[in-house]
Design a binder for this molecule. Structure first.
Ligand SMILES: [Zn+2]
Length: 247
């Protein structure tokens, strides 16, 4: 019994998909999941950079497209994602961050998982359907959190004028330098990113909701509370699915 929880976390969890706007803590939560269940965290941006860096066939193709200022087409991303998901360390599961980004990509992923299971019946991998977790945040709060960021140009210390203000307005506590707003944190940039996220991701959330696979988690809470709830979702997901007891 003492070892039960430790063993529990090393079993198959299958694919975990995290949805959430920038600033909702997706990257942080993805890392927590990866650490606890000992599965890889797969961010498509990193995958792409890795392929380009290693100069693989897919990477060279992607680099040429990006050099022309065009977006990497889905077909190419599918190739890159499929290659990664077939690797040995994805056998028990993985956390996807930044994929699927559209309903079409979600549909591709489903088809891929079904096909792989069909073709690789003897293997113990990928039999769990994906668990899809949506991090819900209040947009007003999120906007304050993101646009309130200030940093000290001298010592690099970070502040938030709403939640962690300096002792004196706009001045660093340590060296009294005038605090600055990074370009990425300007309100118009943030609003743009949030709007783009909404337009882009809503169809993905709708896709999974229609299949009753979307689990919403309130992310306007301390990080560890959110993590605990996510672990609970993953644990009960695996118990509910046919993978229990060793798929
Ligand atoms: Zn400073």
């Amino acid at each position: 019994m003492a070892n039960e929880s430790a063993n529990d976390t090393a079993r198959n969890i299958g694919p975990v998909i995290l949805l959430g706007p920038p600033g909702a803590g997706k990257g942080t939560q993805a890392k927590q999941i990866a650490d606890r269940y000992e599965v890889p965290q797969i961010a498509t941006g990193d995958l792409l950079r890795d392929h380009v860096g290693r100069g693989t066939e897919l990477g060279l193709e992607a680099a040429a497209i990006m050099a022309r200022g065009e977006l990497v087409p889905d077909e190419l991303m599918y190739g890159i994602v499929a290659t990664r998901l077939r690797e040995a360390n994805c056998q028990r599961g993985y956390v996807l961050d930044g994929f699927p980004r559209t309903a079409a990509q979600a549909g591709w992923l489903d088809a891929f998982l079904e096909k792989e299971v069909f073709e690789k019946k003897s293997e113990k991998s990928q039999k769990c359907p994906p668990v899809v977790i949506q991090l819900l945040v209040d947009y007003t709060e999120l906007l304050l959190r993101l646009t309130g960021r200030r940093s000290c140009p001298t010592c690099g210390r970070l502040y938030n004028i709403h939640f962690q203000p300096p002792l004196v307005d706009e001045l660093c506590d340590v060296d009294e330098s005038k605090l600055v707003i990074r370009n990425d944190d300007r309100e118009e940039v943030i609003s743009g990113r949030l709007a783009a996220y909404e337009t882009e991701t809503k169809p993905v959330a709708d896709y999974y909701r229609a299949q009753r696979r979307l689990v919403a988690v309130n992310a306007d809470r301390p990080m560890e509370d959110v993590t605990a709830e996510i672990f609970g979702v993953i644990d009960s997901h695996c118990k509910d699915s046919h993978c229990q007891g060793g798929c």
